[in-house]
Design a protein around this ligand. Structure first.
Ligand code: SF4
Length: 155
């Protein structure tokens, strides 16, 4: 998996103070995509073991308490990203069990195949669906257009 950006401290992508990873690769081709440069799987830089360890260390860092990890892109649920995303999620839930995981995907929940669905048990909140320019609304929390749905799997 490649990624574009990692923010160790982020207060914009999800509730509270978080760590946020923007991965590479997205097939959805939304008109007005806010992150066009992330669409190619080969864009960005390789997601290394070091980068993964850094996320876990940041989530554990008590000096700046993070509420959780946000995974965006690109599309974290692009089939080519699932292996790495699943490994990160499992580590977060086993090593940082009090942290939540928020995920943004261009797929709608019902479109996820069995392979992609492997990640669902580890997600606390999933924001799904393509960005639709004619439904864009900057006043919405956590999503760009009103067709996108916030699925809360845990309280
Ligand atoms: S799902 Fe997101 S990253 Fe992918 S094309 Fe749509 S807006 Fe861009």
């Amino acid at each position: 998996m490649n990624y574009h950006q990692y923010y160790p401290i982020d207060v914009v992508n999800g509730p509270g103070t978080r760590c946020t990873l923007f991965v590479s690769g997205c097939v959805h081709q939304c008109r007005g995509c806010y992150n066009q440069s992330t669409q190619s799987l080969n864009s960005g830089v390789p997601f290394t073991q070091e980068a993964e360890d850094r996320i876990i260390a940041d989530l554990k860092d008590e000096r700046i308490k993070r509420r959780g990890l946000s995974l965006s892109g690109g599309d974290p649920l692009h089939p080519a990203n699932i292996n790495d995303i699943l490994r990160i999620m499992k580590r977060v839930k086993s090593e940082c069990p009090d942290k939540d995981i928020w995920v943004w995907t261009g797929y709608e929940l019902h479109e996820l195949d069995e392979y992609q669905q492997q990640v669902l048990p580890y997600i606390d909140t999933l924001i799904d669906g393509k960005f639709e320019q004619d439904k864009a609304d900057p006043s919405l929390d956590w999503r760009g257009s009103s067709n996108q749905i916030i699925h809360t799997f845990t309280l």
